[in-house]
Design a protein around this ligand. Structure first.
Ligand code: DX5
Ligand code: ZN
Length: 218
């Protein structure tokens, strides 16, 4: 499968959201990555359902909503209602991960589990066959523009093996510090979806940077 690109809106210009989404709509972006932070699970607050509802009006591309919140189970229905197509919740925030993943799927969304940089991929052994995607954090969640953690490469390889062993279909998504330099190696290790915030929105031509990320030949 050709890899997918999911620009992270966290680095977009929110005073110009319509123009940013018009740009993404016309770009090679496959999904739009939407970061929700509660100031508790992560030391930062971003935005929530009212903003996502507005984003939903401005694009038909799939909204890939990454919940960095405690007790994500309280809000699964809400995020469906405001337009999420894919919803991911942190392993570290979910006591009843199996129930939550199934709830997300029952509502017709793709269900993802997110691992912090220190969380071992083998912990997914008993759930991997049931998730649609795994989001590997390659920075500590909470902020855009951080430096990529190199240990992520071996996590991707291990996760890929686990998915094959369990005959799973989960996609591997990588989030944090993704650049044009490390993207080819991420794909080579087995990443299916690359999230990028700073690399795209700080570039002089974001749409062109998305095309460059999309057209990397490995
Ligand atoms: C970090 C977020 C990321 C962030 C990535 O907590 O989950 O999605 O926007 O930003 P960059 O690509 O700038 O590291
Ligand atoms: Zn994210």
């Amino acid at each position: 499968m050709a890899h997918l690109i999911a620009p992270s809106l966290l680095s977009a210009d929110f005073s110009n959201l319509k123009a940013e989404l018009d740009m993404l709509n016309q770009s090679d972006a496959d999904w739009i990555h939407v970061d929700v932070m509660d100031g508790k699970f992560v030391p930062n607050i971003s935005f929530g359902q009212p903003i996502i509802r507005q984003i939903r009006q401005l694009t038909t591309k799939p909204l890939d909503v990454h919940l960095m919140i405690v007790e994500p189970e309280r809000y699964i229905q809400d995020f469906k209602n405001c337009g999420a197509d894919l919803l991911s919740i942190h392993y570290e925030a979910s006591i009843h991960l199996h129930r939550n993943i199934n709830h997300i799927k029952t509502l017709g969304m793709k269900a993802g589990v997110v691992l912090n940089p220190h969380t071992n991929v083998m912990l997914l052994d008993d759930i991997i066959a049931e998730v649609d995607f795994v989001l590997l954090m390659s920075v500590n969640p909470g902020f855009g523009g951080q430096k990529f953690i190199e240990n992520t490469f071996q996590k991707i390889s291990k996760l890929k093996e686990l998915i094959l062993k369990k005959s799973g279909k989960a996609l591997i998504e990588v989030d944090g510090g993704v650049t044009l330099q490390n993207a080819p190696s991420l794909i080579k290790h087995g990443a299916d979806v690359l999230v990028a915030g700073n690399t795209i929105f700080s570039s002089s031509n974001p749409a062109k940077t998305i095309s460059e990320l999309k057209s990397l030949i490995i």
